[in-house]
Design a protein around this ligand. Structure first.
Ligand SMILES: [Zn+2]
Ligand SMILES: [Zn+2]
Length: 452
């Protein structure tokens, strides 16, 4: 029997992307997607739609691979955590895992925590969702929606809800999927839902973030849904009233202006009359980017370290001794540190007496690194500890070549040794301002002075 493609070829109407909706994601689909990427112009509209859907299935498949790798590393670190004394000065294996994922994917610690949580939920409570993601039936946003909505529910309810919502899930948007799960949870687990609401509301807060161009966001997060709806309805009603009286602003603008006036303590009747405060343009503080010869030396050192570590990894991979990588990588950087000693001695005088850096030196360090030197951390250096990269005392001096800003959390990361013989985190400063992190897995991240 001839295949569909053969029939089409015979009829002279073969269209590569038509009728591909059945094609599962994976290596073969990747080949199809990459094979004709330069011929998008030749495709029919219908084929373009097939192609975008195929690419999304492929992305979902890749997301499933990413989460599976995260879950596997989590299981390994978890096993190391078991006989490990809790010690407040260092990170637990789990916290250390979050930092590893954070640097591996270049995402914030919070984003890493969310990914690890999702990976573990899909592996343990929601294997059907994991399968659906892997098969491209749902995308990451939908997997996340299922996981979020069933968080804190007992396993048997997770399974039941999962089975129900995955039926026909291909046809639903993320919003529709969320609505369906919400209705199911309300029906199947009202007590758990109430408990979850109580727990969520405990984390209520007012968040402020810079949204760029001198504007900012300000939001009440995780407050009771009824309260939120009541406030929103009230603002909307007043806004519509003003609009009817001829206010030229958009409803969104009126609501935002009203909320701001009220939060500033202007009572409602007056808040309605007060024209919107004109935003005073404020100049955001831009840290001076350190320039000059010192930085090009730092770049050269960073470059040399990277090349050396890459060679080392190739060598270790070739000999199949990847388990030795953390130790060998640390030793390679130590050697580089030693080799640069004479140059460092010439470049800086060292000799600052005392453990605590004088204010002027602290300012220099803060100017060199605007943030904590952990690769994914954005904590401003003014709010950081000034850490002695090599501990103060026998070898470590209080000098620009041995100091760097570390926030509390990443100070603890640095001090975290692996449990049960596993490798920990290592931090080196072979050149003033060049910080090299070796992770427990033996990967590395190099922070240069001009990072900001
Ligand atoms: Zn020095
Ligand atoms: Zn940090």
């Amino acid at each position: 029997m001839a295949s569909l493609a053969e029939v089409k070829a015979f009829r002279g109407e073969e269209r590569e992307w038509e009728d591909r909706s059945w094609f599962p994601p994976g290596p073969q689909l990747a080949v199809c997607l990459s094979g004709d990427k330069n011929r998008l112009g030749d495709l029919t509209d219908a084929e373009l739609c097939e192609r975008m859907a195929a690419a999304r299935r492929q992305a979902s498949w890749a997301q499933a691979q990413e989460l599976a790798a995260i879950a596997e590393l989590a299981a390994r670190r978890h096993a190391q955590d078991e006989h490990h004394d809790p010690d407040y000065r260092v990170l637990s294996a789990r916290e250390s895992l979050l930092e590893e994922v954070s640097v591996a994917l270049a995402v914030t610690g919070n984003a890493a925590a969310t990914l690890v949580h999702l990976a573990e939920r899909l592996t343990h409570q929601l294997p059907g969702t994991q399968e659906a993601l892997q098969a491209g039936r749902i995308d990451l946003a939908k997997a996340r929606a299922i996981s979020d909505a069933t968080d804190h529910l007992p396993d048997h309810l997770c399974t039941r809800i999962e089975d129900t919502v995955l039926d026909g899930v291909e046809e639903r948007t993320t919003g529709q999927l969320r609505g369906k799960i919400k209705r199911l949870v309300r029906r199947l687990a009202p007590a758990e839902l109430a408990e979850q609401t109580r727990r969520t509301v405990k984390g209520r807060r007012l968040e402020l973030w810079e949204s760029g161009h001198g504007a900012a966001g300000l939001a009440l997060i995780d407050i009771p849904a009824d309260d939120a709806a009541a406030v929103h309805n009230k603002l909307t009603a007043v806004a519509h009233g003003l609009k009817q009286d001829g206010d030229a602003r958009l409803i969104d603008q009126i609501r935002a202006d009203l909320a701001l006036q009220l939060l500033r303590g202007v009572p409602l009747p007056e808040a309605v009359r007060t024209p919107p405060a004109q935003a005073e343009p404020s100049t955001p503080a831009v840290p001076d980017t350190p320039g000059g010869d010192g930085d090009s030396v730092a770049e050269m050192v960073g470059h040399a370290a990277r090349r050396r570590l890459e060679e080392l990894r190739a060598h270790v991979e070739f000999h199949g001794r990847l388990a030795d990588l953390p130790r060998l990588a640390a030793r390679a950087v130590e050697e580089l540190h030693e080799r640069l000693a004479p140059l460092r001695d010439t470049a800086c005088g060292h000799g600052k007496p005392g453990y605590r850096p004088p204010t002027a030196l602290r300012r220099q360090i803060e100017a060199r690194h605007a943030t904590c030197v952990f690769p994914t951390c954005n904590r401003r250096s003014e709010h950081c500890d000034i850490d002695h990269t090599t501990p103060y005392g026998t070898r470590g001096t209080t000098c620009g070549c041995n100091l760097a800003p570390l926030c509390r959390r990443h100070h603890r990361t640095k001090q975290t040794q692996g449990a049960n013989g596993a490798a920990g985190w290592r931090l080196f400063q072979p050149w003033p301002g060049v910080l090299i992190w070796i992770t427990p897995a033996g990967t590395w991240h190099i922070t240069l002075p001009s990072r900001q």
